[in-house]
Design a protein. Structure first.
Length: 642
C-alpha cells in the first residue's frame, strides 16, 4: 500500500526566492544543470568521506558517479547520483528552508532593486542551487535515500508555494532529481534540454573537471566515442575529470601541463612558465597559471580579454575573470579554483571581494616571481619572454604601485652600452661611472631617432651610458618612477645637464664659463624674443658637441612624443614651449652672434633663428608646425650662400 502524501509549505523566504528564480532573474538558464551536477558531486564527496571515516556506514562506494537520463516521451531530464542522499528531515531542512543567515534582508534588497543585473548580482552572493531547476522545469520530483538508512522519500513541487513528501520503499542510496521540462522557448532562453548535444555542451562547459564521472546513455545515431558497455546500453562519460590543478604538483608531468595549457588557451606551443599553487587556510584555492611562449596577436587591442578562468570546486564559473589578474598581466592564462565562493558569484561582487583581492595580490607575486627566476637562471629564455611581453609588463610600472620594485628589477631596456642586447637597470647601475649620480635615458618615437638625437652628443662623447626608450609606454613610466636603487632616473632631454660641472673652486672653468656667457649676452635675449612663440627661453648648452642646437624641456614638462600621443587620442593640449639650447662653439651659432652684433636689425636674422629652431626640432624626431615655410626659408638662405 502506498504511503500517505504530506503537503508542506515552503518557508516564506524560500517562496520569495523561488518566485525570483522562476521569473527568470537569470538570463542564462543552462546553469541549472551545473547546479544540480555540483550538488550531486558534493553528495558523492560526502558519501565517500563518511564511509572512509566511519566503517559502520555500509555504503557501496565502488562506482560513485552521476547519471543523466533523458525520457523524450515524458519530457523529463533526470540527474541521478549514488551519493549520500537525504532523509525526510534533511529534505524539509535543506530544500524547504533557506538556513543561510541574512537571507531575509537580502531578499528584501533584491525585491527593491529594479535592475535585473543588480538583482542577479545580489542573489549570486548566496546562490540558488537546487531551486534553479525551476527555471527550466514546471515540476520537479526528487527521490532520495540517505546512506545507512532504508527509508526513501519522494519530494515533489511545482515551485509555487507547497511541496509534497511521501515515504517510498525500494529506492537505491542517493538522489535523483527529475525535471519535468517546460516547453522549448528560444526567446526565453529555454533550449532543448532533452537534446544530447545540448547536455554534452553544458557539461563540457561547466562541469568538465568534476571529479566523478558524469554518464549518459550514448545515442546510437551520434556515434559517440569513449563509450563503455554497461549491460545493454552503451554509456558515455561526458566529462574529462582531469582537473590538473587539484592534483599535487609532484604527480603531474610536464606533458600533462602542456596538454592542459593547450586545451584552455587554444595555443599550439608549450607554455613558457607554469605556476601551480595551492593556498590553504581561511580561503582555500588552487591556481594553475601559465605564461604563454608567444604573445597573442591582439595583446594591445582594446577588446583583449584578460584574466583567468574561475572555478568553484571544479565547477566552471567564468572565463576572463578580471578580478583575479591586473590588466598588465592580461597574457597570463590558467585556472583559479576557489573553494568557498557561491557558484553564482557575479563579476561585480568579485571585483570588490577582499579575499579575491588578496588572492590576486598573491597570484601577481607568484607570476612576477616565476619571471624573476627565469631571468636569474636562463638569460636566453628570459630574453624571449621579454620580447613577447616586456611592453605589457612595463604597463605595470604605471598601474601597479605595489610591485614597482619587482617590476623595475625585471625590465630589460635597450641602451648605448650594447647595440644588440638590452640591459637591466641593475646591470646599468653596476656600470655607472664614478661620480655619475643618475640613470640617464632618452625617450622618442623610434630607436633611431633616440640614438641620433643631438641630446645624446655630450653623453656619447663622455662615455655615459644612456637608456634608449622608444616604446610609447616608456614615456609614461620613466616620468613617474623617481629612482632605482637610490639613483635618480633622469631624462637627458629635460632640465639642465652639465657633465662638465666644475669642481668647487675650479676657477679656470668658472671663468671660461662666464666669458662664454658674456660673449652671448646680447644674442640670447634677442633670440628669446624672436622665437617667443616657439620657446620659453634660449640658453647656452653643454650637452652638444657637433649639433648647433637642441630643444630641452623642464623637469616637469611632458615630452614631445607624449604630447603627440595625447593629441592623437583627441585630448586638448596647450602647446608646450620648451627651451632652445645653443652650442656656443658651433660655427652657425658663432656666425649668428657676429651677424647680430654687426646689424641687429638685419631682416635675415629672425629667419635664421627660425631655421635653427626648426633644425633642432627635426633632429630630435619632431614635426615642424609649417614644413613648407621651413623649406622656403632654407632654400632662400642656401641660395644666398652659393
Ligand atoms: N543531490 C543531492 N544529494 C544530497 N544532498 C543534496 C543534493 N542536492 C542538494 N542537497 C542538499 O541540499 C542542500 C541545499 O542545496 P542547494 O543546491 O539549494 O544549496 P547549496 O548546494 O548548499 O548551496 P549553493 O548551491 O549555493 O552552493 C545542499 O547543501 C545539500 O545538503
Amino acid at each position: 500500500m502506498a504511503s500517505s502524501v504530506e503537503t508542506l509549505e515552503f518557508q516564506a523566504e524560500t517562496r520569495q526566492l523561488l518566485r525570483l528564480v522562476i521569473h527568470s532573474i537569470y538570463s542564462n538558464k543552462d546553469i541549472f544543470l551545473r547546479e544540480l551536477i555540483s550538488n550531486a558531486s558534493d553528495a558523492l564527496d560526502k558519501l565517500r568521506l563518511e564511509s572512509l571515516a566511519d566503517s559502520t556506514v555500509q555504503a557501496d562506494i565502488s562506482d560513485l558517479h552521476i547519471a543523466l537520463e533523458v525520457d523524450r516521451d515524458a519530457r523529463t531530464l533526470t540527474v541521478r547520483d549514488n551519493g549520500i542522499g537525504m532523509s525526510r528531515d534533511d529534505l524539509v531542512d535543506l530544500i524547504g528552508t533557506i538556513a543561510k543567515s541574512g537571507t531575509a534582508g537580502l531578499l528584501e534588497k533584491i525585491k527593491e532593486s529594479q535592475d535585473a543585473a543588480a538583482a542577479q548580482s545580489l542573489i549570486g552572493q548566496f546562490g540558488v542551487g537546487f531551486y534553479s531547476a525551476f527555471m527550466v522545469a514546471d515540476k520537479v520530483t526528487l527521490r532520495t535515500r540517505r546512506a545507512g538508512t532504508d527509508a526513501g522519500t519522494r519530494w515533489e513541487s511545482d515551485g509555487e508555494g507547497t511541496y509534497e513528501l511521501q515515504a517510498v520503499d525500494g529506492l537505491p542510496v542517493g538522489t535523483s532529481v527529475t525535471l519535468h521540462l517546460k516547453p522549448v522557448d528560444g526567446e526565453d532562453g529555454l533550449a532543448d534540454y532533452l537534446a544530447g548535444w545540448k547536455i554534452r555542451q553544458i557539461v563540457k562547459q561547466y562541469s568538465d573537471f568534476i571529479r566523478w564521472p558524469i554518464r549518459m546513455a550514448a545515442e546510437q545515431t551520434e556515434g559517440a566515442t569513449g563509450t563503455e558497455n554497461d549491460g545493454d546500453a552503451a554509456v558515455e562519460t561526458l566529462n574529462s575529470m582531469k582537473a590538473l590543478w587539484a592534483r599535487p604538483r609532484s604527480e603531474v608531468t610536464e606533458a600533462e601541463y602542456t596538454e592542459f595549457y593547450q586545451q584552455i588557451s587554444h595555443d599550439w606551443l608549450a607554455p613558457a612558465e607554469t605556476i601551480h599553487m595551492r593556498a590553504e587556510g581561511t580561503f582555500e584555492y588552487e591556481a594553475l597559471l601559465f605564461v604563454p611562449a608567444q604573445a597573442p596577436f591582439d595583446l594591445f587591442s582594446r577588446e583583449t580579454k584578460r584574466g583567468v578562468q574561475l572555478y568553484v570546486k571544479r565547477v566552471f564559473i567564468m572565463d576572463d575573470c578580471e578580478a583575479l589578474m591586473p590588466n598588465y598581466l592580461r597574457f597570463v592564462k590558467g585556472v583559479v579554483d576557489a573553494h568557498d565562493l557561491s557558484l553564482n558569484i557575479s563579476r561585480e561582487i568579485l571585483q570588490h571581494d577582499r579575499q579575491i583581492q588578496a588572492v590576486r595580490r598573491r597570484l601577481v607575486k607568484k607570476v612576477l616571481g616565476a619571471i624573476k627566476t627565469t631571468q636569474a637562471n636562463d638569460a636566453e629564455r628570459y630574453g624571449k619572454l621579454w620580447d613577447q611581453f616586456g611592453r605589457v609588463l612595463k604597463e605595470g610600472l604605471v598601474e601597479d604601485t605595489d610591485n614597482t620594485q619587482a617590476l623595475l628589477e625585471l625590465v630589460s631596456l635597450p641602451s648605448t652600452h650594447d647595440a644588440e642586447r638590452p640591459t637591466t637597470l641593475r646591470a646599468y647601475v653596476e656600470r655607472m661611472k664614478d661620480g655619475q649620480d643618475a640613470i640617464y635615458y632618452l625617450t622618442g618615437e623610434t630607436r633611431a631617432t633616440v640614438e641620433n638625437s643631438p641630446h645624446m652628443e655630450a653623453f656619447t662623447a663622455k662615455g655615459y651610458e644612456v637608456l634608449l626608450l622608444s616604446d610609447p609606454i616608456d614615456e609614461i613610466w620613466a616620468d613617474r618612477i623617481p629612482a632605482f636603487d637610490g639613483h635618480r632616473l633622469q631624462s637627458i632631454a629635460k632640465g639642465q645637464v652639465d657633465l662638465d660641472e666644475p669642481a668647487d673652486g675650479d676657477q679656470e672653468a668658472d671663468s671660461e664659463r662666464s666669458k662664454r656667457e658674456q660673449d652671448f649676452v646680447a644674442l640670447l635675449p634677442w633670440l628669446t624674443t624672436a622665437l617667443a612663440e616657439q620657446v620659453k627661453q634660449v640658453r647656452l648648452s653643454s650637452r652638444l658637441t657637433t649639433s648647433a642646437a637642441c630643444i630641452v624641456g623642464d623637469a616637469d614638462d611632458i615630452s614631445p612624443t607624449l604630447e603627440k600621443m595625447f593629441r592623437a587620442t583627441g585630448q586638448e593640449m596647450p602647446p608646450v614651449r620648451r627651451t632652445l639650447e645653443l652650442n656656443p662653439s658651433h660655427p652657425l651659432i658663432t656666425g649668428l652672434r657676429t651677424a647680430h652684433a654687426t646689424d641687429p636689425a638685419d631682416p635675415a636674422l629672425p629667419e635664421i633663428a627660425e631655421l635653427v629652431y626648426g633644425g633642432a626640432l627635426l633632429a630630435e624626431g619632431g614635426d615642424l608646425p609649417d614644413p613648407a615655410r621651413f623649406t622656403r626659408l632654407l632654400t632662400t638662405h642656401l641660395t644666398r650662400t652659393l
